[in-house]
Design a binder for this molecule. Structure first.
Ligand code: MN
Length: 498
């Protein structure tokens, strides 16, 4: 997962025949210039593919049908260089199944005050053409992003790049297969949910396997494969495993190789485990999960398939960006009123993509689960901007809650804590951040990232058509509660609007 260049976004320009061939030729040339420039932009991770200017309802409809069936096309950038009467777009937009962003730009950045004439006015009509297009999108209740500004502006390209990453994530969700070893942690609520509804809404499919199915694959792992992995461990980590613990390490390597083979064979991009169902595995998969996440797999503990799918999606969206992405859990608090913060961790399973330095490979006892001492890598996370995202099933809809956080250094070393951990301050602060998170019903598990922003997540939820709640520096509890109440009504009614 080093690049998203295999994906295409199509640059689609609307116009009409009214302007005559000369003007339309210029529209085509200008559109190609913009498309090529966006394709070359370092902040837009996918290919931007120019499409000849659309002038008739049939051309628009055909383009939308082509986009739907082109496997590498993850969405459209639409632009109205001129006025494009929007009834022409009804059929196409109604059929369109790929997400789109409306780029509200103009080829010429500046009004040429001393030279402007009616030819310029006829060619540069985005200011009103974009409004006509906007009306039909709103009239058809089409979710989309609107980006306003000159196409060469860095911020405009950044917004398009963010949207493009979300589109790649959405494309991934549509075909994702999630492997669930064992079921849920007994009696836990938030990790449950409607898997049929999830497949309808997101496309992703979640299927369960007995842990015995995994054990059968683990048992086939050869000594040579184990030796190879142990050499990798020695190479990649600070090796703090004692001679007497080498059997534990070999068992962990065997689990990793088995899990990887199982996932690859089934085409799974995300998976869950549960410590309540480890029959036949010698230890809770810790290191294996950490390493599979580092290689791009999504993970959710205790059967949490929603978070597993979310982590995989976020990892794909973050491809090539600095900063890692991991499964996470709000674990414990520091409640000094002058210095409140959260220590995030899990029993073992935090992805080393967020490590601040070479992780330390260690074996320690685990109080929960009744298995042999598991292997894990231990590390801290460097300060910086991050966010937690949680996906929950509200019964009549899925809700995504996003909370930007500031990762901070732990106040002191943590010599007795044998798990990877990250310390953060939620925005706007722990008091409001945690209260809003809890009022929203967001989970104790999350997808944690230092690569993506709330805008990435918001764009993704627009594509998925699910509820989005952001808790940030502008959040107040009264407004947040009112948003939740408003959304309750909106989502009850929304289905009748389409
Ligand atoms: Mn957990």
């Amino acid at each position: 997962m080093s690049t998203l260049k295999e994906f295409e976004v199509w640059f689609v320009t609307g116009s009409q025949h009214l302007y005559g061939p000369e003007t339309l030729k210029q529209v085509d040339i200008d559109s190609k210039t913009i498309a090529d420039s966006l394709n070359d932009s370092s902040v837009i991770p996918c290919k931007v593919v120019f499409k000849p200017v659309l002038k008739t309802p049939d051309e628009i409809t055909q383009l939308c049908i082509d986009a739907n069936t082109a496997p590498n096309c993850i969405g459209l950038i639409t632009w109205m260089h001129t006025f494009s009467p929007a009834k022409m777009w009804i059929s196409g937009l109604s059929l369109l199944q790929k997400p789109f962003v409306h780029l509200h730009t103009q080829f010429n950045r500046d009004i040429p005050w001393d030279k402007i004439d009616m030819d310029f006015m006829n060619l540069n009509q985005s200011a009103h053409g974009g409004r006509e297009f906007g009306f039909i999108c709103s009239r058809l209740r089409k979710n989309r992003k609107v980006v306003v500004g000159h196409w060469q502006e860095e911020d405009v390209q950044q917004q398009l790049g963010t949207w493009t990453r979300a589109a790649a994530g959405w494309n991934e969700m549509k075909s994702m297969k999630v492997c669930r070893w064992g079921d849920n942690m007994r009696e836990v609520a938030v990790t449950e949910g409607d898997k049929v509804e999830a497949q309808k809404q997101f496309g992703l499919s979640v299927n369960g396997y007995g842990v015995g199915d995994l054990v059968a694959v683990v048992e086939k792992v050869t000594d040579a494969e184990v030796d190879k992995l142990i050499a990798e461990y020695k190479d990649q980590y600070k090796f703090n495993v004692q001679d007497a613990q080498m059997d534990s390490l070999r068992a962990a390597a065997k689990i990793e190789a088995g899990m990887r083979a199982f996932l690859d064979q089934g085409g799974f991009k995300a998976f869950t485990t549960t410590f309540e169902d480890l029959h036949g595995l010698l230890q809770l998969p810790g290191l294996a999960v950490q390493r599979l996440m580092a290689d791009g797999y999504g993970f959710g503990a205790e059967g949490d398939w929603k978070t597993a799918a979310l982590v995989r999606t976020m990892k794909l969206m973050a491809t090539g960006l600095p900063g890692g992405t991991s499964f996470m859990e709000d674990y414990t608090y520091h409640l000094d009123p002058a210095n409140t913060k959260v220590l995030g961790a899990h029993m073992l399973e935090v992805c080393s993509s967020i490590a601040d330095a070479t992780p330390s490979l260690e074996v320690h006892p685990l109080g929960i689960g009744g298995k042999a001492d598991p292997v894990r890598v231990v590390f801290n996370v460097a300060p910086g901007a991050g966010l937690n995202a949680s996906l929950v099933d509200m019964g009549n809809r899925f809700r995504m809650i996003v909370n930007p956080v500031d990762v901070v250094k732990p106040d002191a070393d943590l010599p007795n804590l044998p798990v990877a951990r990250v310390v953060w301050v939620p925005r706007p602060d722990l008091r409001v951040g945690a209260a809003a998170w809890i009022l929203a019903g967001a989970a104790h598990h999350s997808g944690f990232t230092m690569a993506l922003t709330a805008e990435h997540m918001e764009d993704l939820t627009e594509m998925a058509g699910i509820e989005y709640l952001c808790i940030d520096e502008n959040t107040t509890i009264s407004d947040f509660k009112q948003n939740i109440r408003n959304n309750e009504i909106y989502y009850m009614l929304a289905n009748s609007l389409t």
